[in-house]
Design a binder for this molecule. Structure first.
Ligand code: DGL
Length: 274
């Protein structure tokens, strides 16, 4: 039986997975997180399946050295193409973000027309479409890759810039024409430009952020497996640990702007060694 006090490993190709970590901190504040952002090798969204599986295996090997009791793949691209392969090799629970997002969207839609915006690799994998059709074969699912959103978010300074609005308008035009009423933010970076996407799509379109449902799924999993942390005293705050594969400064700046905790002790590691 895993140590209840052991941390949860959360990983992403960069800063995007922090939107999932933030939600876990909100919903399960008693859990300690070890976060890894693969900032040296981002973006994953244009890379091949084999490369992403190789990267995911290395990261999981590293997280295991940190004694994690469960892993959250806080990256849609890695969840889409690597999760099923790495799950078979693991002796601890692992979840991704896609099933959670699909479930929320299927429950939210009224007209049965759901859009997904994500990286090229996630869209091409058709994993979201597959899960949605499994939940409801009558759904009409329309995917759209938005590759420029990731560098815009990683850059940080353009989050509220008209250029982001212009790019969003061009990418989303097709989804507007197809009259979707629900849009999955199928990349962990996209919740950071949620307000722009919401403005472009209009108020009749429900935006689904899979991070919320993923944290709920993790909470349920910890209870089911009997591995949730029960030893945090009332009023005590949990501390989290952050690792990246490239320089720490930019990551720290970004993380501090969106997380409710300190990320001062972010450490750079050589992930190729794992
Ligand atoms: N965070 C990744 C995702 O959710 C996108 C960024 C990337 O391309 O690496 O798909």
């Amino acid at each position: 039986m895993a140590d209840r006090k052991a941390p949860i490993g959360v990983f992403d190709s960069g800063v995007g997975g922090l939107t999932v970590a933030r939600e876990i901190m909100r919903q399960i504040p008693e859990e300690r997180i070890v976060y890894f952002g693969d900032t040296a090798r981002v973006p994953y969204g244009s890379k091949s399946r084999d490369t992403i599986i190789k990267y995911s295996r290395q990261i999981i090997r590293f997280l295991k050295t940190q004694g994690v009791k469960a892993i959250v793949v806080a990256c849609n691209t890695a969840s889409a193409v690597a999760l099923e392969d790495v799950r078979k090799e693991l002796d601890i629970p692992i979840i991704g973000v896609i099933k959670a997002g699909a479930r929320t969207a299927a429950a939210a839609t009224h007209n049965g027309r759901i859009g997904i915006i994500a990286t090229e690799t996630t869209i091409n994998s058709k994993v979201y479409t597959h899960f949605l059709e499994e939940l409801n074969p009558g759904l009409c699912v329309i995917g759209k890759a938005c590759p420029l959103f990731v560098p815009l978010v990683e850059e940080g300074t353009f989050l509220k810039d008209p250029i982001t609005e212009e790019i969003a308008s061009r990418y989303l035009q097709e989804l507007k024409e197809k009259q979707i009423d629900t849009l999955i933010l199928g990349c962990t970076h996209y919740p950071l430009i949620r307000s722009t996407v919401g403005r472009v799509m209009g108020e009749n379109v429900t935006l689904v952020n899979p991070a919320y449902e993923t944290a709920r799924e993790l909470k349920a999993l910890l209870i089911e497996e009997g591995i949730g942390n029960t030893s945090l005293q009332e009023g005590q705050e949990q501390t989290h640990t952050f690792y990246v594969s490239d320089a720490t400064e930019k990551f720290q700046q970004f993380a501090e702007s969106i997380l409710p905790c300190s990320v001062k002790d972010t450490t750079q590691i050589n992930i190729e060694e794992y």
